[in-house]
Ligand binder design. Structure first.
Ligand SMILES: CC(C)(COP(=O)(O)OP(=O)(O)OC[C@H]1O[C@@H](n2cnc3c(N)ncnc32)[C@H](O)[C@@H]1OP(=O)(O)O)[C@@H](O)C(=O)NCCC(=O)NCCS
Length: 217
């Protein structure tokens, strides 16, 4: 799923498997293991699977499969010259990595393709987004459009934070979809002294009961 979303040159690795009750948390470096030592088994398995896929992607990029520790606000600390992103949800884990000479940041997110709780939608969607959500839902009810909006904004955040070190908030990103699998988020971030505005493009897919989004900047 992810390979069809990321730009050419980005390495995508994914695992479609339910790690709630299976899998193991082996393969972590001692420092990585310490990060999730107190976490529930499911979180340890998801973390380990994400690290495993990220290391495979590093090798695909011709790099050493080094430990990847969390940095500021949980964002992975990639080796110098590499940018990337990790996501996991029930039934799915993925990592996408690319060369820092070509991208400033990558963001990926996966969600179950199921309706978003109305309270969450009220928190994340603008009036304009609600309008197109209603139109799209009427035309193609098989797509979980409101969850897609959430998924896009999560991916956009992961492609934004490593560059700017700030969080624009869900209402700080206004999402437009094209007629295919593309989107553009106009991000307006007023969380630091001067307002930063930028467009973050990406692509999405719904398949196998999942929504997967990739964004890049
Ligand atoms: C951080 C966040 C994106 C995680 O998303 P999630 O759907 O809960 O979980 P996912 O499994 O998809 O992603 C978790 C991974 O994101 C990565 N991540 C965490 N914090 C991050 C950050 N600040 N920047 C980039 N990536 C981050 C990590 O790799 C983490 O996995 P790991 O801990 O195993 O390494 C989410 O909790 C959040 O803060 N969302 C805010 C989004 C937002 O404000 N959007 C507005 C539009 S810009």
């Amino acid at each position: 799923m992810l390979a069809g979303l990321v730009p050419a040159g980005v390495v995508a690795r994914e695992l479609v498997a339910d790690l709630r009750l299976q899998g193991d948390d082996s393969g972590l470096s001692p420092d990585e293991a310490a990060v999730v030592a107190a976490a529930v088994p499911r979180r340890r398995r998801q973390f380990a699977a994400g690290r495993r896929l990220a290391r495979e992607a590093l090798v695909d990029l011709g790099r050493a499969p080094v430990p990847i520790l969390p940095g500021a606000r949980g964002a992975p600390t990639w080796p110098v010259g590499v940018v990337g992103s990790v996501t996991h949800c029930d039934g799915y884990v993925a990592a996408a990595l690319g060369e820092a000479s070509r991208w400033r940041a990558l963001g990926i997110d996966a969600e179950p393709a199921a309706a978003l709780p109305p309270t969450v939608l009220a928190r994340i969607a603008s009036a304009t987004e609600r309008t197109w959500l209603a139109e799209r839902s009427a035309a193609r009810p098989e797509v979980a459009w409101d969850r897609l909006l959430f998924c896009v904004k999560e991916a956009v955040f992961k492609a934004w934070f490593p560059v700017h070190g700030t969080s624009p908030g869900f209402r700080g990103a206004e999402v437009r979809l094209d007629d295919g699998d593309g989107f553009v988020a106009t991000v307006t971030d007023g969380s630091s002294a001067s307002v930063v505005r930028a467009e973050v493009p990406g692509r999405w897919v719904q398949a196998r009961g999942l929504l997967v989004c990739a964004a890049w900047s």
